[in-house]
Design a protein around this ligand. Sequence first.
Ligand code: NCD
Ligand code: ZN
Length: 348
Amino acid sequence: MSHAPSTIEITRPDDWHLHLRDGALLERVVPATARRFGRAIVMPNLVPAVTTVERALAYRERILAACPAGAGFEPLMTLYLTDETPVSEIAAAAKSPHVAGVKVYPRGATTHSSEGVSDLTERGAVLEALASSGLPLLVHGETTDPDCDVFDRERVYLEETLSKVIERYPALRVVFEHITTLEAAEFVRDSPARVAATITPQHLLLNRNAIFAGGLRPHHYCLPVLKRERDRRALLAAATSGDPSFFLGTDSAPHPRAAKEADCGCAGIYSAPVALEAYAEAFASVGALERLEGFASHFGADFYGLPRNTGRVRLIAEPWSPPAFEGDGESALRVFLGGEMLRYRVVD
Ligand code: NCD
Ligand code: ZN
């Protein structure tokens, strides 16, 4: 066992995959991210979806209005790709200083994806426009074939769709979002630098047993669903390898308690309030805390061609336990790792 440091200081991190929602929920969740992270890639799966630059800029204003004063937080906006997205919208997005990527949700793959893309390989004009503009394509990589086993959906999408698109458009920049499998980690590791991946804290810390630990655990249900222990280990190895193709993306996805603990519960884990500490826990578990800064604070900015943050954040070894819920009643939010012991705490 390597010696665990009692304190670690890193450049202020960024979150390269985040759901902030809208309205009252936006106001509740944005402070948790804004107080820790310099920037975040904000996912566009609102209802209605953020399909145009105009909607993205209006959403950005609502996010900024919900940020605590002086947070210095910068939301980086994304467009939601549909089968109807015109090339002109991609061009407008590439020109906007506030739009950082275009998100593809395979239609029906996850929360609010019914307007998503039916077949990415048929979106040639848009993919060419993205490739020539340099704007990254952010991919929820799961097949929507209902006959495909839910645990195989990422691997099958990679084989049948994503690998082909990446090969066909050699200038296309891709973030394979929230990867969950050994196959995805190996694919990104072996791809050129234009292909990167985000990894969530839950996929580094948990395997699929967590969904069934002593009973059904709806708050451990997210998409792509947690996988096997061999996959978790491969993701943890990738995240702590120092390979700049892997960086932090929490996929923090709040749903009110009543929508999670339901007959047909929503997918999504709300991790924003404990995200950095959760990643520290994962890195500490393999004695790799010295690699946290690259993953959390350097590699994502480098990939997106943005300057690294200048602020600093300090974590100290001091066991603590986050609250299980934020808020009360049906609208309470279950906090990831709430009630568990964490080894590191951020010093405010
Ligand atoms: C996300 C959400 O709730 O918006 N849910 C999730 O389980 N990750 C959508 C997504 O990123 O798939
Ligand atoms: Zn997401």
